[in-house]
Design a protein around this ligand. Structure first.
Ligand code: UD1
Ligand code: UDP
Length: 370
């Protein structure tokens, strides 16, 4: 019997982190699978950091990133360029991840070629089409055209059932982000000495990049940081700034050169994991960080009004605080001053996975008939 040909397509940092353990698991079963990896490079530098860490050498690199790219050109570039790859490879199945433009357009490309698609991290929902934008519709759309749905949690499985996805096509696997996190924290303990953090101070880690937060919200986040730094002489902020100009420009304008605020370039994943471990509180609008930080026992305050990841909110380790300046200041101050609350939020929980998600996905893929 011939091998099952799997074409995995991804393009941004979070997709790469979450697909890397799966690519490795497929490669470990090379008696059954032929693995072909295509990166769109929707992100360039941030993708390359992950490829290097996990030693993944793509078979196709579409190199599409442009400075301050827009959704229209990004979508059409992914659609047209992945068509050429699919025509050439003729895969038995295409794997995509999550909710980015790469995922949605690559899935559409495979659908037009009538190739079955596996959706990793299927079923996440806020049920609000503009939050997050355009990700909510990207994942709804991708779920509808996929054949194999790899739902990370029970809630995501239920969301797929509510969306009329046949239950036989849904596999609850856990999230591969925990595979990546456990692997990375076990094999690398990168030092973060180069960041010049002060061991006497409490470190607050901040990340922000969502489109909904461009403009006023990002400015309010920065103003909240300034007020907190002024009020608390025992804290410092570390902010690996996303290279998107809509983020970078206001952040450097408002926070650049200020005492106890470290603005740094995006960190390589293993270093970022070390930084999460060292941090006292994490402030973020990132999806992946909401999933990782609870496993490390770090309280997370989310700079958004809704989340498609309600599990850790229910466990009490993640809180939604939005982007209003005063709300951010109050939420952080409360956590800094209230040991009881801090202890409650810093309990290590792992609602998103056990490190075996990739193995479960591969077990499903092994049964594909070719
Ligand atoms: C994308 C995803 C979002 C995901 C985020 C993770 C879409 C619509 N959005 O948003 O779901 O949460 O990635 O970070 O797919 N840039 C660089 N170098 C890089 C990466 C980005 O310079 O390595 C800059 C470029 O100017 C680029 C811009 O950031 O044009 C925006 O990148 P893009 O992928 O369009 O949007 P993100 O905000 O990163
Ligand atoms: N991350 C990283 N370096 C950084 C910041 C984040 O490696 O400087 C990792 C983080 O641990 C998580 C992923 O990037 O796994 C999240 O990516 P991002 O926030 O860009 O996207 P989202 O998860 O919101 O889609």
């Amino acid at each position: 019997m011939r091998k099952i040909k799997i074409l995995t397509i991804f393009g941004t940092r979070p997709e790469a982190i979450k697909m890397a353990p799966l690519v490795k698991e497929i490669e470990n079963n090379n008696d059954i699978f032929e693995s072909i990896v295509c990166v769109t490079a929707q992100h360039r530098q941030m993708l390359d950091q992950v490829l290097e860490l996990f030693d993944i050498k793509p078979d196709f690199d579409l190199d599409i990133m442009k400075e301050n790219q827009n959704l229209w050109s990004l979508t059409s570039d992914v659609l047209l360029k992945t068509k050429n790859v699919i025509d050439k490879v003729k895969p038995d199945v295409v794997l995509v991840h999550g909710d980015t433009t790469t995922s949605m357009a690559a899935a559409l490309s495979a659908f037009y070629a009538k190739i079955p698609i596996g959706h990793v991290e299927a079923g996440l929902r806020t049920f609000d089409k503009y939050y997050p934008f355009p990700e909510e519709i990207n994942r709804v759309f991708t779920d509808y055209i996929c054949t194999y749905h790899f739902a990370p949690t029970e809630k995501s499985r239920e969301n797929l059932i509510k969306s009329q996805i046949p239950s036989d096509n849904i596999y609850k696997t856990g999230n591969t982000v925990i595979d990546a996190l456990l692997y990375t924290t076990k094999h690398y303990d990168k030092d973060i000495d180069g960041l010049n953090l002060n061991p006497e101070l409490r470190t607050i880690l901040l990340t922000s990049h969502r489109r909904e937060n461009f403009g006023k919200p990002i400015r309010e986040i920065c103003e909240a940081v300034l007020e907190l730094i002024d009020k608390n002489k025992n804290i410092e902020f570390v902010y690996p700034v996303h290279p998107n100009p809509n983020v970078k420009e206001p952040v450097y304008e408002l926070l650049g050169g200020k005492e106890r605020i470290h603005l740094i370039n995006p960190l390589e994943y293993s270093q970022f994991c070390s930084l999460m471990k060292k941090s006292y509180i994490i402030l973020t609008d990132s999806g992946g960080v909401q999933e990782e930080a609870p496993s490390l026992g770090k309280p997370v305050l989310v700079l958004r009004d809704t989340t498609e990841r309600p599990e850790a909110v229910e466990y009490g380790t993640v809180k939604l605080i939005g982007t209003n300046k005063q709300k951010i200041v109050s939420a952080v101050q409360y956590l800094l001053d209230n040991q009881e609350e801090y202890k409650k939020m810093s309990e290590a929980v792992n609602p998103y996975g056990d490190g075996l998600a990739s193995r479960r996905i591969v077990d499903v893929l092994k049964d594909i008939k070719v």
